[in-house]
Design a protein. Structure first.
Length: 75
Protein backbone atom coordinates (compact mmCIF):
# COMPACT_ATOMS: atom_id res chain seq x y z
CA UNK A 1 0.00 0.00 0.00
CA UNK A 2 2.31 2.73 -1.19
CA UNK A 3 -0.40 5.15 -2.35
CA UNK A 4 -1.45 7.94 0.04
CA UNK A 5 -4.98 7.86 1.37
CA UNK A 6 -7.36 5.28 2.79
CA UNK A 7 -7.40 1.68 1.60
CA UNK A 8 -10.39 -0.67 1.87
CA UNK A 9 -8.95 -4.18 2.13
CA UNK A 10 -10.07 -7.66 3.13
CA UNK A 11 -8.61 -8.65 6.50
CA UNK A 12 -7.40 -12.11 7.43
CA UNK A 13 -10.55 -12.60 9.53
CA UNK A 14 -12.76 -12.09 6.47
CA UNK A 15 -14.01 -8.65 7.50
CA UNK A 16 -13.35 -5.49 5.50
CA UNK A 17 -10.84 -3.05 6.98
CA UNK A 18 -10.04 0.61 6.42
CA UNK A 19 -6.30 1.22 6.61
CA UNK A 20 -4.29 4.39 6.24
CA UNK A 21 -1.58 4.05 3.60
CA UNK A 22 1.58 2.64 5.11
CA UNK A 23 -0.13 1.48 8.29
CA UNK A 24 -0.33 -2.16 9.28
CA UNK A 25 -3.10 -1.50 11.79
CA UNK A 26 -6.70 -1.03 10.67
CA UNK A 27 -8.42 2.27 11.41
CA UNK A 28 -11.75 0.40 11.50
CA UNK A 29 -13.23 -2.96 10.50
CA UNK A 30 -16.64 -3.66 8.96
CA UNK A 31 -18.81 -6.64 8.09
CA UNK A 32 -19.48 -5.45 4.52
CA UNK A 33 -17.28 -3.77 1.96
CA UNK A 34 -19.95 -1.10 1.44
CA UNK A 35 -19.75 -0.07 5.10
CA UNK A 36 -15.96 0.08 4.90
CA UNK A 37 -16.15 2.23 1.76
CA UNK A 38 -18.50 4.68 3.52
CA UNK A 39 -16.11 4.98 6.47
CA UNK A 40 -13.04 5.38 4.24
CA UNK A 41 -14.81 7.99 2.12
CA UNK A 42 -15.66 10.07 5.19
CA UNK A 43 -12.02 10.01 6.33
CA UNK A 44 -10.70 10.81 2.84
CA UNK A 45 -13.07 13.76 2.45
CA UNK A 46 -11.90 15.20 5.77
CA UNK A 47 -8.23 14.68 4.92
CA UNK A 48 -8.59 15.58 1.22
CA UNK A 49 -6.94 12.32 0.11
CA UNK A 50 -8.00 9.29 -1.93
CA UNK A 51 -9.88 6.07 -1.28
CA UNK A 52 -8.44 2.89 -2.80
CA UNK A 53 -10.91 0.02 -2.94
CA UNK A 54 -9.28 -3.40 -3.16
CA UNK A 55 -11.08 -6.49 -4.42
CA UNK A 56 -11.04 -9.90 -2.74
CA UNK A 57 -7.82 -10.66 -4.62
CA UNK A 58 -6.08 -7.66 -3.02
CA UNK A 59 -5.71 -5.67 -6.24
CA UNK A 60 -7.00 -2.10 -6.46
CA UNK A 61 -10.25 -2.20 -8.42
CA UNK A 62 -11.40 1.39 -7.93
CA UNK A 63 -10.20 4.70 -6.54
CA UNK A 64 -11.86 7.97 -5.68
CA UNK A 65 -10.11 11.28 -5.16
CA UNK A 66 -11.28 13.85 -2.62
CA UNK A 67 -8.27 16.17 -2.74
CA UNK A 68 -5.81 17.45 -5.27
CA UNK A 69 -6.64 15.26 -8.25
CA UNK A 70 -3.64 15.23 -10.60
CA UNK A 71 -5.88 14.32 -13.55
CA UNK A 72 -9.28 16.01 -13.06
CA UNK A 73 -12.00 15.26 -15.62
CA UNK A 74 -12.47 17.82 -18.39
CA UNK A 75 -15.75 19.63 -18.77
Amino acid sequence: MAKKGQHVVRSSSGAWAVKKAGSSKATSTHVTQADAIKAATKIAQNQKTEVYIHGRDGRIRERNSFGNDPHPPKG
